[in-house]
Design a protein around this ligand. Structure first.
Ligand code: GUN
Length: 303
């Protein structure tokens, strides 16, 4: 079997196209959606992600602004910036790009975000609402994956889903969304024994580990749908070649790294029925769902 490659970028475009008209209608009523971004420190990946998010705002006509703080910023300075966005009538959504520098109390920062503006879905109130199956703002990556599955006609109800990774940003909310969609859900993590034996049970496998190429053919049941959440920077030419199954030295020379997923695509492709690529899979969907949440915040939650 050769897996169908699920075009996340195309699905993201479709979602954004649907939002455009709503942004225009809200703006015509004097409620132009606005996103306030906070970027702390100089993590190169974070800077790239923030630029992709603000570019999407521009495509859709969403107002955006980015406040930047140095890597040395204290928790109190970060809190003050968030509070500034909380008080602004023209800022409907707030995004604090993670990770924050180690001296910053991330939990405290996420707790001070107005839950009504929490378009990342990281505030405890929104996490609680998701747990109770009354979702308001759901973390963008898992929400984007559910949207992809729905639009691609990949069944979830009654099937076995295995999520590898238990992060607050992806693994945990992903497991909850799949559970609420009536999958039988297992969550694996770094302490899981005989990982391959567990993941081989999955009709639907979500890899959100943060280790390049960890999921190989032996982890995948023939015919399973595989979603690759990994966004790993690989700088070693030999490793990049092995993981990609082809030479990537051009890209390495240009960027200094190659972006690789958690799934070893060259082998998994031969076993799975469907696979999301990296790049062009989950990444663009995350951004599309952030736009969707921002429009929802501007609208005042309905639907
Ligand atoms: N860092 C990695 N993923 C995310 C995300 O979805 N939102 C934010 N704010 N930071 C992240």
């Amino acid at each position: 079997m050769t897996a169908a490659i699920l075009d996340g970028a195309a699905t993201a475009r479709a979602i954004k196209d649907e939002l455009k008209a709503e942004v225009a209608a809200l703006s015509a009523r004097g409620v132009r959606p606005g996103l306030g971004v906070l970027l702390v420190g100089d993590d190169p990946s974070s800077a790239v992600y923030v630029r992709s998010k603000t570019r999407a705002c521009e495509e859709l006509g969403i107002h955006h602004e980015t406040a930047t703080l140095p890597a040395s910023a204290a928790t109190i300075e970060v809190l003050a910036r968030v509070d500034g966005y909380n008080r602004r009538k023209d800022i409907h959504g707030i995004l604090v790009q993670l990770p924050l520098p180690p001296q910053v109390d991330t939990e405290r920062v996420l707790r001070i975000v107005d839950p009504a503006k929490d378009v990342d879905g990281f505030h405890p109130e929104n996490v609680g609402l998701l747990v109770q199956k009354r979702p308001r703002f759901v973390a963008c990556t898992p929400a984007g994956i559910m949207e992809l599955l729905r639009r691609e006609g990949i069944a979830v109800a009654g099937r076995r889903a295995v999520v590898v990774g238990r992060s607050d940003i992806v693994g945990k909310p992903m497991a909850l969304l799949l559970l609420h969609a009536d999958a039988t859900v297992t969550v694996c993590h770094s302490k899981t024994r005989e990982l391959a034996a567990v993941t081989r049970q999955a009709d639907l496998l979500v890899a959100a580990i943060g280790r390049p190429g960890l999921v190989r053919a032996e982890h995948v049941k023939p015919g399973a749908a595989v979603v690759d959440v990994g966004m790993n920077r690989v700088e070693d030419p030999g490793q990049a070649r092995e993981l990609a199954g082809e030479d990537r030295s051009d890209q390495l020379a240009r960027k200094g790294y190659v972006l690789m997923g958690d799934v070893h695509a060259p082998t998994v492709r031969e076993v799975a029925s469907a696979l999301t690529p990296v790049p062009g899979g989950v990444g663009p969907l995350t951004i599309a769902l952030l736009m969707k949440n921002t429009v929802k915040a501007a609208r005042g939650f309905s639907s």
